[in-house]
Design a protein around this ligand. Structure first.
Ligand code: FAD
Ligand code: NAP
Length: 533
């Protein structure tokens, strides 16, 4: 195929969510000729696709927003402590317009492959519109939670009712009025959607394979006074945020659960419960690492649950067996209360498991449920799913998918050996999903931007990850994970929600500040672990 001059770019970015938008802006500002491809019809990524009822952030809105532009910070006003999907989507639309990014983005376009040409040292990138583009730099901003997972249930194709996945929700309004609905899954998406669907549906069955821990979000409107206060000290707040392990939430308590007496422990839990949501995990430093400390958190939550769920059998079903935090905890508004409604039933896999779909519903090992609609709140092929779907081929014909057959291998979660000038934003091996993702995204985009500037200033052709550095980093990521309780259950951090996926802990659990320190030291040492040519 003859290459069109217009198909030749300095940088190609895949995805137009938080990551792709900021990367496009950064490259544009650096004077690079940048092209961005997005499979969706518009910007937004997660917030474009996840339009299910109740979808909202669980990191406070002001924290879950860009810090790179003071002007943007000052002109945008969040309406709630945890804003809902339409507002976050509007924010990202605003970002794309304010920084004139749309002209660089091709929507409705899926990148299908990216091949490194060793002769030209350029990437050749193909899309589903059958065009080939070339670029010196190839950046995947394809998201950690963007490849939806619909389990292969027997008979699903025969089901004649409506089906939805929370991560690919229709753009038109969906009504469950007078309908019998089944929700499969009890992770964060289900926990947000279930209370709202329950209010509308005639009857709702929630099919639970594993219960999860959830803490009330304590969401509230963001008053003008509070919003003004945040705006008046944004810089200070952002600096503080970068020092927190999750790069968000309230400052965690550095004490062990056993540094204090029973009374103080209870009071501390109560204080963190009142803050609400994921901050609860910061009540004591050893909740994620010490089973006994974790047990005290469990006991506290169960006592809270007992106040909402009076039916003992139901309570038993809703209480998880795993350590608090092992599966990503949820942040809810009225989730447990929903099960006290007369039109809601919990179908627990410890009593009966889903066998198959029939033409009119779901058959479990106990009985058949007649359903008008099924909502798959069954999550994502996290962290590697969207990367695996693109045929990425590096040096010597090495396919990324083959290289990662036994689990993803990266250096710092941003690059991988054998793939020159190829970057992943919040890739496996970075804090990514274990911290405020917008902070992680900004950090990576800034790093990639600076690195590209370094390459250009020095007249280099390529940057490449060194194999030894990568191996050491992967070992470190695993070693840190193994010090925690997060590897003791089945969770999507380990890929165990996807049959056949290797069981490898994918994100870096050392906390955002430690990660950022390590990255800074590597750059200051002259990009140790990378080779330039
Ligand atoms: P995404 O927003 O996932 O965007 C990736 C984009 O790439 C998508 O639009 C996709 O269509 C596109 N794409 C993928 N492959 C291709 C391809 N081959 N060709 C073209 N385009 C492609 N994180 C938090 O920190 N706090 C929260 O409160 C929070 N809430 C969340 C709520 C939900 C419902 C979900 C699902 C996730 C949430 N997350 C949260 C994680 C969230 O994914 C990130 O915060 C962030 O939005 C990720 O941005 P991104 O740009 O990296 O990826
Ligand atoms: P998830 O946490 O992976 O939950 C999926 C649910 O589906 C789990 O309960 C899982 O059960 C169940 N499931 C999967 N396959 C099944 C099968 N074959 N049969 C029966 N049940 C099955 O997915 P999610 O709820 O979409 O959340 C994913 C992540 O996105 C979150 O952890 C979070 O990071 C982010 N998110 C955040 C928010 C927010 O509050 N801001 C909201 C939504 C999502 P098992 O546990 O047994 O696997």
């Amino acid at each position: 195929m003859t290459e069109q001059p217009s198909n030749n770019f300095d940088a190609i970015v895949v995805g137009a969510g938080f990551a792709g938008l900021y990367m496009t802006h950064k490259f544009k500002k650096q004077g690079l000729k940048v092209k961005t491809f997005e499979a969706g019809k518009d910007v937004g990524g997660t917030w474009y696709w996840n339009r299910y009822p109740g979808a909202r952030c669980d990191v406070e809105s002001w924290e879950y927003s860009f810090g790179f532009s003071t002007e943007l910070e000052q002109e945008w006003t969040w309406s709630e402590r945890y804003s809902a999907q339409p507002e976050i989507l509007n924010y990202l639309k605003h970002v794309s317009e304010k920084f004139e990014l749309r002209e660089h983005i091709s929507f409705n376009t899926k990148v299908t492959s990216g091949k490194f040409n060793e002769k030209t040292t350029k990437w050749e990138i193909a899309t589903d519109s059958k065009n080939i583009y070339t670029a010196k730099y190839f950046v995947m901003a394809t998201g950690c939670l963007s490849s939806t997972n619909i389990p292969k249930f027997d008979g699903l194709d025969n089901f004649t009712g409506q089906t939805f996945h929370t991560g690919n929700w229709p753009h038109e309004p969906v009504s469950f009025k007078d309908k019998v609905v089944g929700v499969i899954g009890t992770g964060s998406s289900s926990i947000q959607a279930t209370p709202i669907i329950a209010q509308e549906a005639k009857h709702l069955y929630v099919f639970q394979r594993t219960p999860n821990w959830s803490i009330p979000a304590n969401n509230e409107p963001l008053t003008k006074a509070k919003s003004d206060e945040i705006k008046s000290k944004y810089q200070e707040l952002r600096k503080f945020q970068l020092k927190l392990p999750l790069a968000a939430q309230k400052a965690p308590n550095r004490q062990s659960a056993f540094d204090v007496n029973d009374q103080t422990r209870l009071e501390t839990y109560e204080k963190f419960w009142e803050i609400g949501g994921l901050s609860f995990l910061g009540a004591f430093r050893d909740i994620p690492t010490n089973p006994d400390a974790n047990a005290t958190a469990k006991e506290f939550i169960i006592n809270k649950l007992k106040k909402v769920i009076k039916n003992e059998r139901l309570l038993e079903k809703l209480v998880p067996d795993h350590h608090v935090g092992c599966k990503r905890p949820c942040s809810d508004t009225g989730y447990y209360e929903t099960f006290n409604r007369a039109n809601v039933e919990l179908i627990d896999s410890r009593d009966e498991q889903i066998n198959s779909f029939t033409s009119t519903g779901i058959a479990t090992t106990a009985k058949e449920y007649q359903l008008d609609a099924v909502v798959f709140a069954t999550g994502f092929d996290a962290m590697t799913g969207s990367l695996d779907k693109v045929n990425i081929v590096g040096k010597n014909g090495l396919k990324l998918k083959d290289k990662w057959e036994e689990g993803p291998k990266t250096y710092l979660g941003v690059g991988t050996a054998g793939f020159p000038n190829f970057f992943i934003i919040t890739g496996p091996g970075s804090p990514s999903v274990l911290a405020n993702m917008v902070v992680g995204i900004e950090h990576h985009v800034n790093w990639i931007g600076d690195c590209v500037e370094h390459i250009e200033r020095n007249g280099f052709k390529n940057i490449e990850v060194l194999k030894d550095a990568e191996e050491d980093w992967v070992a470190h990521v695993n070693e840190v994970a193994n010090r925690t309780l997060y590897t003791t259950c089945n969770n999507w951090y380990l890929g165990s929600n996807i049959p056949g996926k290797p069981r490898v802990f994918m994100p870096y659990i050392g906390g955002f500040p430690k990660y950022a320190e390590k990255v800074k030291a590597i750059v200051e040492s002259g990009y140790k672990g990378f080779a330039f040519s």
